[in-house]
Design a protein around this ligand. Structure first.
Ligand SMILES: Nc1ncnc2c1ncn2[C@@H]1O[C@H](COP(=O)(O)OP(=O)(O)OP(=O)(O)O)[C@@H](O)[C@H]1O
Ligand SMILES: [Mg+2]
Length: 256
């Protein structure tokens, strides 16, 4: 089971778009069994997946259970897993209260391993993909502690490389201190267009991250917003973003 953390503390770089569309491409085009985890109190991924509160636990409840020292059973974790037919994936949704559970996490015993202890109850998936929130806080540290791969989407716009060093430092620290299994799956250029700003950002990425840069680039297009609105995975559309996400899935499979 490969666990991919999709992370960048910068907001709006397409983390959620990548989590949803990579996950659905792996499931629908390659028949992989995929679990998506919404690790963001904004719960955008849950929106993509058309999640409606249904009384069953969300990631918030699972985190609260661990942090308050109650026993987590595989059955309880299972009851937090939903399925999306459209995307072909299972998922654990988030809600706004995940922000409160992150606060509670700060004082929990072994606070870095809360997500690891939750996912220890999950089996049978080829890929678990964790959509992270835009911050370097405890929820992100938890994602990097349980993952064996880090995927960093980078928006190819001005200042896009700002903050990548900080994320890289955190990755190195976690690899040294907590999770030696984590490796860099790759840096993915997103929202690529024909402007000189985008070209310059790509050049800079090539200079500094050429060894981990994906060959696939995700273009900037309004189709991305349309897909997020109606919940259609891009790999099922004829748009060029569909082809790009199919290529990304192939590249991820070849790197795993
Ligand atoms: N390839 C793309 N082309 C154009 N717009 C895009 C593309 N991918 C995502 N977007 C749009 O950019 C916005 C941010 O995307 P997304 O929510 O995936 O980013 P994020 O990194 O998850 O943001 P956050 O940091 O808030 O979690 C959304 O409105 C989305 O529709
Ligand atoms: Mg997001």
């Amino acid at each position: 089971m490969d666990i991919i953390s999709v992370s960048n503390q910068k907001g709006g770089v397409s983390k959620t778009g990548v989590s949803f569309n990579l996950g659905s491409a792996l499931a629908l085009k390659h028949d992989k069994k995929v679990l998506l985890i919404d690790n963001d109190p904004q719960a955008n991924l849950s929106e993509y997946l058309k999640y409606e509160p249904d009384g069953e636990p969300t990631l918030t409840h699972l985190v609260m259970t661990v942090c308050t020292g109650r026993t987590l059973t595989p059955e309880y974790v299972k009851s937090a897993v939903r399925h999306s037919d459209t995307a072909g994936v299972d998922y654990i949704p988030a809600d706004i209260n995940l922000a409160n559970s992150e606060t509670l996490m700060q004082t929990a015993i072994s606070r870095e391993t809360v997500l690891r202890r939750i996912l220890a109850n999950v089996e049978g998936y080829d890929f678990v993909i964790i959509d992270c929130l835009p911050s370097l806080g405890t929820l992100l540290i938890n994602a990097l502690t349980v993952a064996n791969m880090l995927l960093i989407p980078v928006q190819t716009q001005k200042f896009s490389l700002d903050g990548l060093q900080a994320l890289n430092n955190l990755y190195e620290q976690i690899k040294t201190a907590i999770n030696p299994n984590i490796t860099m799956l790759g840096v993915l250029p997103t929202m690529v267009d024909h402007t000189s700003v985008s070209r310059n950002a790509l050049e800079e990425l090539n200079e500094k991250y050429s060894n981990v840069l994906f060959k696939t680039q995700i273009s900037k297009s309004v189709e991305a917003a349309k897909s997020s609105e109606n919940g259609t995975p891009l790999c099922m559309t004829a748009h060029k973003l569909g082809k790009e996400y199919c290529e990304l899935a192939m590249e991820v499979l070849s790197r795993c």
